[in-house]
Write a protein that binds this ligand. Structure first.
Ligand code: SF4
Length: 308
């Protein structure tokens, strides 16, 4: 039995975008970064929190008329509330018939998560598929993440994490020892830009990348750059990252498209979406993809690395 506790907000089954093969993705809550374009704002604070999805609300006022300490109230057609106490989780769930008012995030244990992963093992295939721990930032709950990966490996399950790389180096190195695959973002090499759009310096991230590669040269690292309008949507920004990863073996590189799919979640949390009305220029993105392939991935393949 492993009762190590962690706080997660979702377990997604049958994912094909979070590492090799078909994977079960466990989303941990809590992230040290505040990327302006974050598509999962509900992942940022570590503790469980209340959200309200306006489109699901039927206006029945059941929540308002309940005796919840949360004290929900309407103002100008929007639902607000006071402080959340996790002891009220079930009562909140019962109070809202349409689940418009709901709690995001819950405490769980390694054993409880493992039981859910066990159901999916049959879909993982012989080697490729498996468990990916994402977030938020999985390295923010190092003990839970380590124990979960360790238990998965003991069960013969392929393991991966998706990380910002912003973490205590010793924790990261210990956890990487339990990985078959590492997905890591490098957003920009320009530290001033990095600080202004994520709230933290990229120094720790870049240093951790080097440390992990030194400690585990064979560990495949899938570096991803979300291409964000006005932040890193230029050949210079992408080639700077290429120059940084060039020289390391077992590295893949991928550009991800900025999207606005998380925008509605900000409304549910009564937060402002920081990207305004900006959209990614598709022609520019396709040009960057070609540039990336010609100047990075094709060379990675030439040098025996894996391009994508
Ligand atoms: S109980 Fe749910 S559906 Fe009814 S008013 Fe409150 S949030 Fe809306």
């Amino acid at each position: 039995m492993d009762n190590t506790k962690g706080i997660i907000f979702n377990i997604q089954r049958f994912s094909v975008h979070d590492g090799p093969g078909i994977r079960t993705v466990v989303f941990e809550k809590g992230c040290p970064l505040r990327c302006k374009w974050c598509a999962n704002p509900e992942s940022q604070i570590q503790s469980p929190q209340v959200a309200w999805t306006k489109s699901k609300c039927i206006g029945c006022s059941s929540c308002v008329n309940s005796n919840l300490k949360l004290k929900p109230y309407f103002s100008y057609d929007e639902l607000f509330w006071e402080n959340y106490d996790d002891a009220e989780r079930d009562a909140i769930d019962r109070a809202c018939p349409s689940k418009a008012l709901h709690v995001i995030g819950y405490e769980t244990t390694v054993d409880q998560v493992l039981k859910q992963i066990d159901r999916d093992e049959i879909f993982y295939g012989d080697e490729e598929g498996g468990l990916t721990i994402s977030g938020g930032e999985p390295l923010m709950q190092p003990q839970f993440t380590y124990q979960l990966l360790n238990a998965a490996k003991d069960n013969g399950i392929n393991t991966a994490i998706e990380t910002t790389g912003f973490a205590d180096a010793a924790d990261f190195i210990k956890i990487a020892g339990k990985l078959d695959y590492l997905l890591m973002d490098i957003k920009t090499l320009d530290d001033d830009v990095h600080k202004s759009v994520t709230g933290v310096s990229n120094e720790v991230i870049l240093n951790n990348f080097k440390l992990i590669k030194e400690a585990y040269p064979e560990l495949p690292i899938h570096v991803r750059t979300p291409v964000i309008p006005g932040v890193n949507d230029s050949e210079k920004a992408i080639s700077d990252i290429a120059d940084f990863i060039r020289g390391y073996s077992n590295v893949r590189y991928e550009l991800l498209k900025y999207h606005r799919l998380g925008e509605g979640k900000y409304t549910s949390l009564h937060r402002s979406y920081m990207m305004g009305e900006v959209e990614l220029n598709q022609t520019l993105f396709e040009g960057l993809r070609k540039f990336e392939f010609n100047n990075i991935s094709s060379q990675l393949e030439d040098e025996g690395w894996q391009g994508i």
